[in-house]
Design a binder for this molecule. Structure first.
Ligand SMILES: O=C(O)CCC(=O)C(=O)O
Ligand SMILES: [Fe+2]
Length: 408
């Protein structure tokens, strides 16, 4: 696989992750008790699925509950809307039971294979969370004052384009960098990841790695950090993406895949040493990549232009080449479709936090679009070429007519 822009492969997560990212999160169904349906021994709820009915017309007098605070397999708004269709006996039960009832109905709309994957992943996460003892509990709840450097918190709190621009640089088009994580937070997260890895090796628990390109690294969402990372996306990444990536769903980011990647001796050396696919696009609309440390040399990120699916393998233009050297605590924010890769970490040990942020609204709209010149470098180049040709043709036509008139 060459790293010069001639060949790229789409970087994807194991299939079980994809559901979790796009269809919501698999480990919550509202409240602390989990609904775990085993395909071989259905739960009472799933056995009764066929009896679950909805009203034909909504009960417009009913005031539905708010489900926004729950992590559900479907958008919370769907639950609020669906509640009006519940049979009268279900309107007075607890919110948790309503969620179970509606979840069962909604799950029927997922293809069977997907349903099983969601369920297995839910069980997988539940097993980890039930057995893994976190080292730093304070990491699991978002605390901006201790997680971030002050300049970052201030800019986000002001929440104006001006305040964001004052802390963010754009060293190359579409690549944004800024000081973000506090050194103490980086250290704490590194030791939490170490602790998790230690537990994995001691307990011999087989974990899923973050994606197809890394043998090392861990999915943070899988061992309890999902709620914190959701907040990170909602309150910090989305406000920035709204300003800098409006055309790729920046304002509507609604799910994430959060993980760490590790490189160095006894680890992967570079991205793709496992599958030889170092140059890639992410399965995200917007990617946040923050270096957590430790001491290392090498490991630069290289960028080669933004591309839509159709143009992902086209050549890059010289002005699209950009190299970035990681600095601990510093964030890089880019479109998932910005082709990139990481060079070998030559010495030491590098660990980065990655948050792949996705927008279901953007993905839905994309299905109906053909022209991505709002963000794809090659679509833009083709459009410019079409415009250039059309201007040249018009000029020729005008000249021809002028010539005709002169003769006459
Ligand atoms: O190693 C890095 O900094 C880049 C990682 C990356 O691109 C990814 O995980 O998607
Ligand atoms: Fe990536």
């Amino acid at each position: 696989m060459s790293l010069d822009g001639s060949v790229e492969r789409r970087r994807s997560e194991p299939s079980s992750m994809q559901i979790n990212g796009s269809n919501g999160n698999a480990n919550e169904n509202g409240g602390s008790s989990m609904m775990l349906y085993s395909p071989t021994s259905p739960s009472p709820q799933s056995q009764s699925q066929s009896h679950q009915r909805l009203r034909l017309n909504p009960n417009t007098d009913h005031n539905p509950e708010n489900y926004e605070d729950l992590k559900l397999g479907f958008n919370p708004c769907i639950f609020s809307s669906l509640e009006r269709y519940l049979p009268p006996s279900m309107l007075t039960v607890t919110r948790h039971l309503k969620v179970q009832y509606m979840n069962d109905i909604l799950a029927r709309y997922l293809p069977q294979g997907e349903r099983i994957r969601v369920q297995r992943h839910r069980e997988y996460r539940q097993k980890i969370i039930a057995n893994y003892q976190p080292l730093h509990r304070e990491l699991y709840t978002m605390d901006p004052a201790t997680f971030f450097v002050q300049s970052f918190v201030e800019a986000i709190n002001k929440n104006t384009e001006e305040s964001l621009r004052s802390i963010i640089s754009e060293p190359s088009p579409g690549v944004y960098t800024f000081e973000m994580l506090h050194q103490d937070f980086c250290k704490m997260l590194l030791s939490e990841v170490d602790n998790f890895e230690k537990w994995v090796s001691e307990s011999k628990f087989r974990i899923m790695r973050p994606n197809t390109m890394n043998k090392y690294g861990a999915v943070l969402d899988d061992f309890g950090l999902e709620t914190m990372l959701d907040k990170l996306m909602d309150d910090f990444v989305r406000p920035i993406s709204k300003v800098f990536f409006p055309e790729v769903g920046g304002p509507t980011l609604d799910s994430h895949h959060g993980f760490v990647v590790e490189y160095g001796k006894d680890r992967d050396v570079d991205l793709g040493s496992l599958m030889n696919v170092g140059f890639h696009v992410d399965d995200s609309e917007v990617t946040l990549n923050v270096c957590l440390g430790k001491q290392f040399s090498g490991g630069d990120l290289f960028f080669r232009g933004i591309r839509c699916d159709k143009h992902v393998n086209t050549e890059s233009q010289p002005e699209e080449s950009f190299d970035y050297s990681h600095v601990a605590g510093q964030a890089v924010l880019h479109r998932g479709r910005h082709r990139h890769g990481a060079r070998a970490t030559r010495s030491g040990h590098r660990i980065n936090l990655l948050l792949w942020c996705r927008s279901s609204a953007f993905r839905e709209l994309k299905k109906y679009q053909k022209d991505f010149s709002a963000w794809c470098g090659e679509c833009q180049r083709e459009k410019r070429e079409r415009q250039r040709k059309s201007v040249a043709e018009t000029k020729q036509e005008l000249l021809r007519r002028e010539g005709d008139n002169t003769v006459a």
